[in-house]
Design a protein around this ligand. Structure first.
Ligand SMILES: Cc1cc2nc3c(=O)[nH]c(=O)nc-3n(C[C@H](O)[C@H](O)[C@H](O)COP(=O)(O)OP(=O)(O)OC[C@H]3O[C@@H](n4cnc5c(N)ncnc54)[C@H](O)[C@@H]3O)c2cc1C
Length: 368
């Protein structure tokens, strides 16, 4: 159906929405994209992209603009809370033939995707109504505008309005962690993805270029604290390695709770969910952006190859289910190990940690 005058609306201009807009344009479609926030309100933070994200960016013909951004990451180092080595993963070996692992600023990737999507995003347009009709969808926005489409792609994140309006599912489930994110300048020099694992909490640092360090800390729980900086001091004040230096440079900290979406189906009539709206997980494996980019590639391929929209949606869901299920299940496996006391966990990680962590990505190395 590539090049057909199919009227497609993409709701949400995050990574999933912009990537699918790019993929659809490459396949000959001309989607409309709407985003409820004005462009200035997007929060910046860091992002770590494993090798399968690089492969999907290549398929979107965006590897060129992304290559100068951030830092290529060659190794994941896992340390105990005191800063003593537990195990390592050689990322070049793990993702050989797939793509480089890269850490960068979320805003930098977003800019590349926005340009790639053709730039035509209608900001400040919040979808508020969806009416399913045979073979089409009527939509309405909070600003009073409306439209009619052959396909609506809900890329509006874990708290998706499209999901609710199209009766595909309810609110997300808490996944069990409170997460603290910050980008610091002038912190210690760290070359690798480096995580210190404590008791039901952890502190991760990864360089994102231009002297910046992306810090990601988490603890078990579902309620964000009133004073994140004080809480970080309480949680990580006695950690070793580079953590004390990093804590000293923290200024602005974004706090969130992790959420999970598990749905029985991803489409209803001509409304389809992609990205976090369909399959959000806790970010433990850093696969959220990669899954969103892969979704975009596969949806455009499915629409181009199938004889009808309905056949394309079926083909899309059956191709994407196994990989997103794998990410969800391995994320849950990894999160369950948080309850294992370090005295039991750390000797195991010293012996086999590299192999265990590497195994979590096995299916994702395979072709899309
Ligand atoms: C703490 C944390 C850390 C993470 N770290 C990583 C990482 O290191 N690596 C990685 O790969 N992934 C990471 N992720 C996951 C990753 O950010 C997401 O999976 C990825 O960005 C895909 O998101 P999305 O585009 O589906 O949704 P979102 O990023 O949530 O985008 C949805 C967009 O839709 C808009 N929207 C919402 N409702 C409406 C509406 N009604 N009308 C119009 N627009 C609407 C929103 O404003 C938003 O712009 C992390 C996530 C979290 C929470």
């Amino acid at each position: 159906m590539g090049g057909s005058p199919l009227r497609i609306l993409v709701v949400g201009a995050g990574i999933a929405g912009l990537a699918v807009a790019r993929a659809l344009r490459l396949a000959g479609f001309r989607p409309d994209v709407t985003e409820k926030l004005p462009p200035t309100e997007l929060v910046d933070t860091g992002l770590y992209l494993p090798g399968n994200a690089a492969r999907a960016l290549r398929r979107l013909d965006l590897d060129g603009p992304v290559r100068p951004l951030g830092r290529v990451i060659h190794r994941q180092r896992f340390l105990d809370a005191a800063g003593a080595p537990l195990c390592e993963v050689d990322l070049d070996a793990l993702w050989a033939g797939v793509g480089e692992c890269r850490a960068l600023s979320w805003a930098e990737l977003h800019r590349v995707l926005l340009t790639g999507a053709g730039g035509a995003v209608r900001h400040g347009a919040e979808l508020s109504a969806v009416e399913l009709q045979p073979g089409r969808v009527s939509v309405g926005f909070t600003d009073g505008t409306s439209g009619e489409y052959d396909l609506v792609v809900g890329a509006d994140g874990p708290r998706s309005a499209v999901r609710t309006l199209a009766a595909l599912g309810g609110p997300p489930r808490p996944a069990g962690q409170v997460v603290y994110r910050s980008v610091v300048r002038g912190g210690p020099r760290i070359a690798d993805w480096t995580a210190l694992l404590g008791q039901r909490s952890g502190f991760l640092m990864v360089p994102i270029g231009a002297g910046r360090l992306y810090c990601y800390a988490d603890e078990a729980g579902t309620v964000p604290p009133a004073d994140p900086l004080t809480r970080l001091g309480e949680l990580f004040g006695d950690y070793g390695g580079p953590v004390p230096d990093v804590l000293g440079t923290l200024d602005q900290v974004h706090v969130s709770v992790t959420e999970e979406i598990e749905l029985g189906r991803w489409f209803h009539g001509r409304v389809l969910l992609i990205g976090d709206a369909a399959h959000a997980t806790a970010p433990t494996l850093s696969q959220g952006a990669a899954m969103a980019l892969e979704d975009a590639v596969v949806l455009a391929e499915s629409l181009r190859a199938a004889g009808s929209v309905d056949a394309a949606l079926l083909a899309y869901e059956s191709r994407r289910r196994p990989r997103t299920r794998w990410v969800r299940d391995r994320t849950r496996d990894r999160n369950r190990t948080r309850d294992v006391p370090p005295a039991l966990r750390d000797p195991l990680l010293r012996g086999r940690g590299g192999r265990i962590f590497q195994e979590h990505y096995r299916l994702l190395v395979d072709p899309l």
